[in-house]
Ligand binder design. Structure first.
Ligand code: GDP
Length: 360
């Protein structure tokens, strides 16, 4: 008998990769979006609803009954709650907006599991993120971290995190949290700096944009590939007992380094000149003909103060030893390969857009 999985926010980056992983493992996958926010970027199997092992359901808003009915019908073996409050990008650090819905969605889901008498048969995963750790200065984050939420999104995420812990301890449910650090892919939204960089630079090589404007180039992040990270979500639900795990590569790079790698993947060698708001990324050499529209000396990266955050987590250092030891998980994709994959996908799109512009 195939296992049945329910995934919330299935059309997001992680939802789409997780769906592909579970379908490969022979699961029947059901997707539900609890909120209207969906990533338009998600692709792959999720956009091919003809698959008989993949179904979609509507369960929007405050419709707790709808969720109860869905669980009563599906009786899922595993629930992956990927319904995470989006991080605040540029808005003031404390706004109500991102907390809407997320923050109570985990409680609603856990209650629905209990209401259907599934608390000892359904396993529950909740997607937490490094966002809730906040400004833990000088500390390497592991599972013992004391949260320090820097935004309303992180406050909402903390509620979701503790809901899983609470139901595990109070009702003996198999419920666990993955504290996932930044994980990227060609399906990442452009709100995140990695995709903004790969798409921006790809567009520049095709003459679609002149310059990429960024904020803090010194910010350090631990970036992995989303396809690798969803494997840990599945692994967490296959253990003898439920526990929470930090998922990261353990290696950090600056935004400037990411830009440099992305440019190199496009055949451009960049040199950074100037300091602070005056810093610029200048073309030092053109290595491959991909960047034919450009010449040495062109400025392709500059700083726009609007992208500098008032409350910046400029460094997040993670220790994924527990995941390595207990889940046997190590990230398969290097940052270099991640960058190349993202750049190639964006270059294909940019070339097509340039062709349409030329002949359209
Ligand atoms: P997150 O903040 O870790 O969730 O992920 P982001 O990709 O949004 O940001 C990662 C880092 O890149 C942060 O330290 C940002 O301040 C920095 N950054 C620099 N320029 C930009 C930009 O133009 N957009 C975004 N989103 N982040 C930027």
């Amino acid at each position: 008998m195939s296992k049945v999985a329910l995934i919330t926010n299935i059309t997001g980056q992680d939802g789409s990769y997780l769906t592909e992983l579970l379908l490969k493992k022979g699961y029947k996958v059901h997707g539900v979006n609890l909120h209207y926010t969906q990533s338009a970027e998600s692709v792959g199997e999720v956009q091919r609803p003809h698959n008989p092992h993949l179904s979609f359901h509507d369960c929007h808003g405050e419709n707790a009954q709808g969720l109860d009915d869905l669980l009563a019908t599906l009786r899922p073996d595993e629930i992956y709650n990927l319904d995470v409050a989006e991080p605040v990008i540029i808005e003031p650090a404390f706004s109500e907006h991102p907390a809407h819905g997320a923050g109570i969605s985990a409680l609603r889901m856990l209650e629905a599991i209990r209401a259907q008498g599934l608390e000892h048969s359904t396993r529950y995963y909740h997607a937490s993120s490094s966002e809730l750790c906040g400004l833990v200065k000088g500390m390497t984050i592991n599972e013992m971290v004391t949260f320090n939420p820097p935004s309303s999104a992180a406050v909402a995420q903390i509620c979701d995190f503790w809901a899983a812990v609470n139901y595990r301890e109070t009702f003996g449910m198999y419920a666990c949290n993955g504290i996932l650090f930044n994980h990227e892919s060609p399906r990442r939204s452009e709100n995140f700096v990695t995709r903004k960089i790969t798409r921006g630079l790809a567009n520049i090589t095709q003459g679609l944009e002149g310059c990429l404007y960024l904020g803090n180039l010194n910010a350090l992040r631990d970036w992995g590939h989303a396809r690798d990270y969803v494997k840990t979500q599945w692994l967490m639900l296959q253990q003898a007992k439920p526990e929470d795990f930090v998922i990261a590569t353990g290696v950090q790079y600056t935004v400037r380094q990411f830009v440099t790698f992305a440019a190199l993947a496009l055949g451009i060698k960049l040199r950074f000149v100037g300091k602070g708001l005056e810093e610029k990324g200048v073309i030092a050499a053109i290595i491959s003909p991909v960047a034919a529209a450009l010449k040495v000396g062109d400025v392709v990266v500059a700083i726009d103060p609007r992208f500098i955050r008032p409350e910046e987590i400029s460094q997040v250092s993670a220790n994924p030893t527990k995941a390595r030891r207990q889940l046997g998980w190590v990230p398969e994709t290097s940052l270099r390969d991640l960058v190349i994959e993202m750049v190639q996908a964006d270059l294909t799109t940019a070339k097509e857009a340039a062709r349409l512009k030329l002949y359209g």
